[in-house]
Design a protein around this ligand. Structure first.
Ligand code: DGL
Length: 268
């Protein structure tokens, strides 16, 4: 067994949708979470910048004596996972592989839609991974950058959310997809609107849930689970605006964010 914490990072508060699935499936694990709130969004940045930021996030987490790293950010997973795996010895998992596997398991007609930030969709990572798992799959990727702002404004259930979703998703409806990957940290919070616009016949795949499942498997197979069944510690770090993170993050996690500290990520 390995009692060290799991390190999780994201460009901000959105990665807490991944963390809440991890806490649900691995309730006894200690967590160190870093949200790069000073530099969000990653989704519109160049691959070079995302790779640089992801390396700094990783170095910060490694300074906290963690046993494994989860890249909760879809954009960073899509662009930087290979680079991080080459650079560091610690096991690192991203959300793309588990999300892609979830999609090929869910589809019946092999028509799969992927929505994400511009960076994620442009990288073609989900599309390639899905085709690797199922070479008959027809994958259509659509960037939906405004969804992040809509969620951060707290407008998940508004007309604005619905109209925006209708505009973004029309292409996917025309392709008659039966499975939609919510390929961005914020999108599971739009599940209600996505379901309403796509209809009940389209299955929504949540890479956050699939990633927590893969993480549990990885820890189990490597005898790295924390089997000390006590109340775990959850430490949070951000690079800016801790109070906003505490407020929005508390709502996503449905728990009080207690241990929260602002750090200077440029030092890493
Ligand atoms: N966390 C990002 C993702 O999942 C969304 C926000 C951003 O653009 O940084 O792709």
């Amino acid at each position: 067994m390995d009692k060290r914490a799991i390190g999780v990072f994201d460009s901000g508060v959105g990665g807490l949708t991944v963390l809440r699935e991890i806490i649900e499936q691995l309730p006894y694990e200690d967590i160190v979470y870093f949200g790069d709130t000073a530099r969000i969004p990653y989704g519109s940045k160049s691959p070079q910048t995302v790779i640089k930021f992801a390396n700094q996030c990783t170095k910060f987490l490694l300074s906290k004596n963690i046993k494994t790293i989860v890249i909760a950010c879809n954009t960073a997973s899509a662009i930087a996972l290979t680079n991080l795996k080459d650079n560091y010895d610690v096991p690192i998992i991203g959300v793309i592989d588990p999300g892609a596997l979830g999609a090929v398991t869910a589809t019946n007609n092999n028509k799969i839609g992927v929505i994400g930030t511009s960076g994620t969709i442009r990288s073609d990572s989900y599309q390639r991974k899905i085709r690797e798992y199922n070479n008959k799959a027809e994958v259509v990727g659509v960037p939906c950058p405004l969804f992040v702002q809509i969620v951060e404004e707290g407008w998940e259930y508004s007309n604005v959310a619905e109209l925006t979703a209708e505009k973004y998703l029309i292409e996917l409806k025309e392709h008659e997809i039966d499975t939609l990957v919510m390929g961005c940290t914020h999108y599971p919070l739009l599940r209600y609107i996505l379901k309403k616009v796509m209809g009940d016949n389209v299955k929504l795949v949540n890479p956050a849930y699939e990633t927590a499942k893969s993480l549990k498997k990885l820890l189990k197979e490597n005898n790295m689970l924390n089997e000390d069944y006590k109340k775990p510690s959850h430490e949070f770090y951000v690079s800016d605006a801790p109070e906003k993170f505490r407020r929005i993050g508390g709502n996503i996690l449905k728990m009080e964010i207690e241990s929260l500290e602002k750090i200077d990520i440029e030092k890493y």
